[in-house]
Write a protein that binds this ligand. Structure first.
Ligand code: XIL
Length: 511
């Protein structure tokens, strides 16, 4: 929404577009701001929602606002029945206003002309009006009942510009050719607009870099890291050690040598990889060990399903060895232990805390904890998330949200399948907006600035989320999740506005 708007009404003095919204000086009757919707468009029965914020002068002037739509050209026929009276507006407070396009002759179902929509001041106004966000929800037709047909703008110029900590995103490379950040122009445009750090979704995992022992293959990762550098972006290294089957090199899985030699092989991997990327100069942080704890109660070090635990002689010693090797190779880098479900603040967090206490006591070089944060719409609560982060902060360690997404229909929470939904409705989208806002707010409120490692989301658009892949076969081939900030067409989702609201200190709402 920060592009494409213009001032409207005789004598308007233009608009200001910045991270706060689109604002105009209400210097007379009919002064406002408009944006265009291109033909063909079926705007009849559509709902236009805006969130506006008026200055004290505007409120005091006693004037009202009017959302309107006009068919461009001809006699500029319009929808003029929508009013937001002065009594509805509170100075300096975000206020939702709405308009339903309802012209009996259906003239807004336009094949021939573009339409402009906007808001204007009515009466003898003074002061300013800021449009914080706007959305148009088209009427559902029988043939497209699974789609809300909404056009939404979160009015966010650049997410990273709103934060005083690092804002990142996981991207695909040749591991997912359709969405490869190096070749897909839409991915590039979105990432370059909003983010300042990237994580490789896969290609810096173990088998991608050392599939057979001693043969390191850096070409793909190098191309990615170089691209990031060319765009002034850093890369968060993910991940040096992770037990997940699909990316543990076969030579490690079938290791038949001694535990000591296995640890040496692990150290060689870490040293070689970290040394290599240190030379690039734009990697300042690593997930050194990923997911080494179980989800049980009590939680323990992952054992039977971890090659690293087993081949280290049924020992968790590999974790500290990994941190020591990473520190030796990158004295300045921020070294994270990364895991999921720790934000539930339960047994897993307790086990993690025990490990952190132990590492600190023995000077094992760990700088922070990565909270993956693959969370549900309602679970865990923002207060659990904050409490878990506080336990890390209290140890003087950094907190980085490394893989944020908010899944709808996550099979392990929110009363699935009883509450399963088959359509991503506007109200779900707005609930997700509030959820994103509350998570980011919990982070900002809990983690002091010096300990903020930043926040990264795990993917760009809903079209390319790992959750669809993971749950597709396990859960009746469902491809339902909508967890990210942008929809499958690279449009903003309300979730993006929620993220921005928290960064801007705006109250978290589902408006
Ligand atoms: C995921 C990738 O996004 C998928 O493409 C891949 O199939 C599986 O791994 N926690 C992590 C990430 O630390 O590495 C995982 O990434 C998602 C869960």
């Amino acid at each position: 929404m920060t592009s494409g708007w213009r001032g409207n009404g005789t004598g308007n003095s233009g608009i200001n577009m910045n991270s706060d919204g689109v604002s105009f000086t209400a210097s007379g009757d009919g002064i406002g701001a408009v944006t265009d919707l291109a033909k063909p468009i079926q705007l009849e029965d559509a709902i236009i929602d805006m969130v506006v914020n008026v200055s004290p002068e505007f409120k005091a002037s006693g004037t009202s606002l009017q959302i309107f739509a006009q068919i461009k050209g001809g006699d500029w026929a319009g929808e003029w029945n929508c009013w937001s009276g002065n009594e509805l507006l509170t100075a300096g407070t975000d206020t939702a206003i709405t308009c339903t396009i309802s012209e009996g002759d259906k003239k807004f179902n336009q094949l021939d002309s573009d339409v402009q929509i906007g808001v204007q001041a009515k009466g003898t106004p003074t002061g300013t009006v800021t449009i914080k966000s706007g959305k148009v929800t088209l009427k559902q037709t029988a043939s497209s009942s699974s789609s809300t047909g909404s056009v939404y703008s979160a009015n966010v110029n650049s997410l990273r510009e709103l934060a005083d900590f690092t804002i990142g995103v996981a991207v695909s490379n040749n591991d997912s050719p359709t969405y490869n950040i190096l070749t897909n122009a839409s991915e590039k445009a979105l990432v370059e607009k909003h983010f300042e750090q990237m994580t490789a979704g896969n290609i810096m995992k173990m088998s991608y870099l050392q599939n057979t022992q001693g043969n390191f293959t850096f070409a793909n990762a190098d191309a990615f890291v170089d691209y990031a550098k060319s765009k002034n972006m850093t890369v968060h290294g993910h991940a040096l050690v992770w037990h997940a089957e699909y990316q543990v090199p076969a030579f490690m899985k079938s290791w038949s040598g001694s535990a000591a030699d296995f640890i040496t092989a692990l150290e060689t991997h870490i040293t070689t990889v970290v040394d290599h990327f240190e030379a690039k100069g734009n990697l300042h942080s690593w997930d050194v060990v990923n997911e080494a704890l179980t989800d049980g109660n009590p939680s323990t070090f992952r054992a039977v399903d971890s090659t690293f635990y087993i081949k280290s002689g049924n020992s968790a010693i590999y974790i500290e060895k990994a941190f020591l090797a990473a520190r030796a190779a990158a004295p300045e880098a921020t070294l994270y232990y990364n895991d999921y479900n720790i934000e539930q603040n339960g047994a897993k967090m307790t086990k993690l805390e025990e490990m952190l206490t132990d590492f600190k006591a023995r000077n094992i070089p760990i700088d922070g904890v990565g909270f993956q944060m693959h969370v549900c719409q309602n679970y865990p609560s923002a207060s659990s998330i904050a409490a878990a982060m506080k336990r890390v902060v209290d140890k003087g360690l950094k907190v980085k949200i490394t893989e944020l997404d908010v899944a709808i229909n996550q099979p392990y929470c929110d009363s699935y399948p009883a509450n399963k939904v088959s359509t991503f409705t506007q109200s779900i989208a707005l609930a997700q907006k509030k959820r994103y806002c509350e998570i980011i707010k919990a982070y900002i409120d809990t983690v002091p600035a010096a300990l903020r490692g930043g926040i990264s989301v795990w993917g760009t658009t809903d079209a390319n989320t790992w959750l669809n892949d993971l749950y597709r076969t396990e859960f009746n081939n469902e491809k339902i999740s909508w967890p990210l900030l942008f929809d499958s067409n690279y449009n903003d989702k309300p979730a993006l506005r929620g993220f921005a609201d928290a960064l801007q200190g705006v109250a978290c709402t589902n408006l």
